[in-house]
Design a binder for this molecule. Sequence first.
Ligand code: NAD
Length: 296
Amino acid sequence: MAQIGFVGLGNMGRPMAGRLTEAGHAVRGFDVSAPAREAAEAAGIPLAGDLAAAAAGADAVFTMLPAGEHVRAVYCGEGGLLAEAESDALLVDCSTIDLATARAVHEAAAERGFAMLDAPVSGGVGGAEAGTLTFMVGGGADAVARGEKLMAAMGRNVVHAGGPGNGQAAKMCNNMVLGVSMIAVSEAFALAERVGLDAQTLFDIMSTASGQCWSLTSYCPVPGPVPASPANRDYRAGFTAAMMLKDLRLARGAAQANGANTPLGSHAAALYEQYCADGEEGSDFSGIVRMLRGGG
Ligand code: NAD
């Protein structure tokens, strides 16, 4: 069993650290937020007093933080992981962050001799609680081999996407498709409604025709056809519109910085900006159908 530091005990980090604890690892968690620490302690996760104490003696340190700036501070800041972690510790950042920061932190870690992985996840809080996350992993094969068992304690799939940053690249490409496809499916239902085509009938046809996709068949944005989808609970998240917007912005930023042509991805970001500006940041991202329908 390994000794593991876990930094960032929020909605995702807490259940992930919980899975590692349940798997028998000696976890030491840390979060800057007192409520997050209290919730983690109540969930049975042993706490460290600070970042350095979470990293001391750890075979691996996981981070699950909001955005690139937090990751840069936790790794490269004064008293950060690159200064405090054991020299042979494996560093695994599971946050969803911008590609440029992910690659810069990898480089800083490599300069100090650390093995590091970027390993963003999909599956949400439910997947973190159930231990069914998918990890999209960027970094060297040796580091992946070292981290695989630990990630498997928190997820069902661990996919090596290539070198440093490629985990983030995979996550951002996937979620760009998700945002665009959710808008496309929502537009189809809005159009069908206007032209007198019943939603269930459209679903039955499209789900076995070439318009079939996950946004339709697993997460249908209108109530009825997929009983478990957030549309059936007034678009309570699920996966919030704010998170979708964050991911679309990451894709747009990477496209701009690297000369990729992603006009639909950019337009999807603009539509989610509009939806969030309407006060819907906390709603499920499939609720954008309401804006597209023009029904409020
Ligand atoms: P969250 O805001 O609930 O948790 C982040 C935690 O990091 C907070 O508790 C915060 O206090 C802590 N933190 C911030 N700076 C810190 C520092 N310097 N040191 C220690 N702790 C610090 O966010 P979340 O929902 O858990 O998401 C975490 C990451 O996972 C994000 O990058 C998000 O995009 C990604 N993600 C989230 C979901 C989801 O459904 N929530 C799904 C997939 C990926």
